[in-house]
Design a protein around this ligand. Structure first.
Ligand code: C5P
Length: 418
């Protein structure tokens, strides 16, 4: 998902038989775009040669704290500052003990103290050593300090024992780092997202609305901002906190939401995501005073609300990509595909709201991504994770090299002197 692009990762390798797995870990991290530098303890060098890891990382391997030549290249403090993350793998029982004590008796542990970067440790040892009270006490200390522990796995060990103590798999370590960093896939892109319900006043105290929680739209805004987008969230009335680095515009009614979106989109934007559950109808008039009870029935005349996303998709200039949502109860793909075309959307994200386990107020969702070339389902996951997946897919729409240049506004293209 591009989260590791241009991230600097130090891998500290210590002396365990599982050190061989680090070769594959380095390969995976580099394939994901990370720059990798390796520190090897003396013990590690008994299992792997620095030359192997130098070739794989594409950088000289650091081994000594007191090496004049190495210090002239990249000194240990400089190395510690260079890192965006420091992964110690495999971390032996002795390494964990030294880390827990805050020792700085070699380059690997000194760097752990000197780096401002987050620390990840992947323990690997004999199962008895792992379950030993001393090791477990050291692990508690490290976890209390906020260090992320990866693994260890359970299974057959090099010594023939069966139990916990196997080094986490390379894919697991690389995925943990990938997940840790937000992606920057939308850096330089402007994104406007609608979220929540709209509230259509009947009178000063009553309204027509729906059960939308806004969770999906807020999660999308968070994921977009984390991916580096300049993110505006046009939110109906919900009680959710504004995600960091997101500009929020609060609205109540569909008409206000449309006006806010058009005002925001006056600045040319790359992406518009309509995740709001806009009320389809509003009362023809909102009474100025509270409507008094009288009689056994009350007639409420409703009028159709504007379709915000359809208006956005046909405005000029239009956001480069317009993505909508469709809640369906039957023939989901066909209905959503028809809706995508009718509204002029690039993509529609459909969800089956007849299912009880997903949807409105739930923290999870399973959806189908539908574009001009077909439908692809994204299995059930948390709304937060789904938001990251969707944002990453949106970013790929630009990565595919389509027209990601922003359209010029009339004012900008027809400036003075032309
Ligand atoms: O037509 P339907 O409500 O099923 O379409 C859902 C999609 O259209 C969502 O993306 C929703 O945010 C958007 N929509 C809108 N304005 C409306 C109705 C729906 O933007 N009035």
């Amino acid at each position: 998902m591009g989260h590791l692009q241009n991230r600097n990762i130090i891998i500290g390798v210590t002396g365990g038989i599982a050190a061989y797995k680090i070769a594959e870990t380095i390969r995976l991290l580099r394939k994901s775009g990370a720059a990798v530098r390796v520190i090897m303890s003396r013990g590690a060098q008994a299992f792997m040669t620095p030359l192997t890891l130098q070739s794989l990382s594409g950088n000289p391997v650091h081994t000594d704290l007191l090496d004049e030549t190495a210090e002239m290249g990249m000194g240990h403090i400089e190395l510690a500052r260079w890192a965006d993350a420091y992964l110690i793998a495999p971390a032996t029982a002795d390494t964990l003990a030294r880390l827990a004590m805050g020792r700085a008796d070699d380059l690997l542990t000194t760097t752990a103290l000197a780096t401002p970067a987050p620390l990840f440790v992947a323990p690997a040892m004999n199962q008895q050593m792992w379950s030993n009270t001393a090791t477990q006490a050291n692990m508690r200390i490290l976890e209390e300090r906020g260090i992320t522990v990866l693994g260890p796995g359970h299974g057959t060990q090099a010594c023939g024992d069966i139990g916990a103590g196997r080094l986490a798999e390379p894919e697991e370590m690389s995925a943990a780092l990938e997940d840790f960093f937000p992606s920057r896939e939308l850096a330089g892109k402007r994104v406007v997202i609608t979220a929540g319900p709209t509230l259509e006043a009947i009178d000063p105290v009553r309204f027509v609305s729906n059960h939308s929680s806004g969770k999906m739209g807020f999660a999308l805004a968070q994921a977009a901002a984390e991916a580096g987008a300049d993110t505006v969230l046009v939110a109906g009335p919900v009680t959710l906190a504004t995600p960091p680095n997101v500009r929020r515009v609060d609205v109540q009614s569909a008409e206000e939401m449309l006006a806010a979106c058009l005002a925001q989109l006056a600045t040319p934007s790359h992406l518009f995501i309509g995740s709001a559950a806009v009320a389809d109808y509003r009362p023809v008039v909102a009474a100025n005073q509270k409507i008094k009870k009288s009689g056994e029935s009350l007639q409420l005349e409703l009028v159709r609300n504007p379709d915000i996303i359809a208006a956005v998709a046909t405005m000029s200039p239009r956001p480069v990509k317009v993505i909508g949502f469709a809640a369906e109860t039957e023939h989901m793909v066909d209905h959503a595909q028809a809706k995508r075309k009718a509204k002029g959307l690039d993509v529609i994200v459909a969800n089956d709201v007849s299912r009880k386990d997903i949807g409105f107020d739930s923290d999870s969702n399973a959806v189908t991504w539908i574009d001009g070339s077909g439908a692809e389902s994204i299995p059930m996951t948390s709304k937060k994770n789904l938001a990251r997946i969707l944002v990453s897919r949106c970013a790929q729409l630009f990565a595919e090299g389509e027209d990601d240049d922003l359209p010029q506004t009339g004012r900008e293209s027809g400036g003075i002197g032309h």
